[in-house]
Design a protein. Structure first.
Length: 210
């Protein structure tokens, strides 16, 4: 199947088959695609939590307004951004570039000053929004990767981030949940959207050619 065919196949699944777990190698492939996602400056100002503990998933469901997918998924991915883009985190990134590329960190001084200059001027809300945008790019990569793997996935903002942060101890980890992605297999018998036509703007309405 082509990429476009898989994007037509995928949809935000409302009901998943509860006893059909996604094989770990497919989960790994989706996680790897997310890890390889592009981010501004390459900073990756977020972490990915992979939750497969059934008891924990049961506790998350009410935090996600009892959406059924959370009770039915075998793997929930949580995208969580840094609480703050601290100097320590920026230093760690530049040390990583230096060690991966085998160059002295001093050789990156110009680039580092640019990154620090941009980020240190952001107020808290703007910094959060900027980091969340990076996480959403990764979400998109994850959605596409799931489709390629023939795995269903539902992007979800319908949850209480403060409640999830508390349950998962994210505040102590210096993180804030932004968006979640349960993985599974569509329950065609119980999900009316499984057979619904995909609705998108026509190319004429969508593309502005100049
Ligand atoms: C950022 C984001 C948040 C979403 N939140 C939810 C959600 O909480 N629950 C849900 O069932 N669907 C959610 N959706 C799914 C959208 O409603 C769905 O992607 C949209 O209607 C387009 O349909 P399709 O993805 O099935 O093609 C969300 C989608 C995105 C991109």
């Amino acid at each position: 199947m082509s990429f476009i065919e898989q994007l037509n196949w995928r949809y935000a699944t409302k009901r998943m088959v509860a006893d059909k777990a996604v094989p770990q190698e497919k989960v790994n492939a989706i996680v790897e695609a997310i890890r390889l996602s592009a981010s501004s400056y390459g900073l990756q100002p977020y972490n990915l939590l992979v939750i497969q503990d059934k008891e924990l998933l049961k506790k998350i469901q009410p935090i996600a307004y009892n959406q059924p997918q959370i009770g039915e998924t075998s793997t929930l991915l949580v995208f969580a951004v840094w609480d703050k883009p601290t100097q320590e985190r920026i230093d760690a990134y530049f040390n990583l570039i230096a060690s991966e590329r085998g160059i002295p960190v001093e050789a990156l001084a110009g680039f580092k000053t640019t990154v620090e200059g941009t980020i240190s001027n952001l107020d808290e809300a703007t910094a959060y929004n900027w980091m969340a945008r990076q996480a959403y790019i990764a979400l998109g990569t994850g959605l596409a990767a799931a489709a390629i793997e023939n795995v269903d996935a539902t992007p979800m903002e319908g949850f209480n981030p403060a409640g999830l942060d508390e349950l998962l101890g994210l505040t102590e980890k210096g993180l804030k949940s932004v968006v979640i992605l349960p993985l599974g297999y569509r329950d065609e018998a119980n999900d009316p959207l499984a057979s619904a036509k995909k609705v998108r703007k026509s190319t004429e309405d969508f593309v502005i050619s100049l």
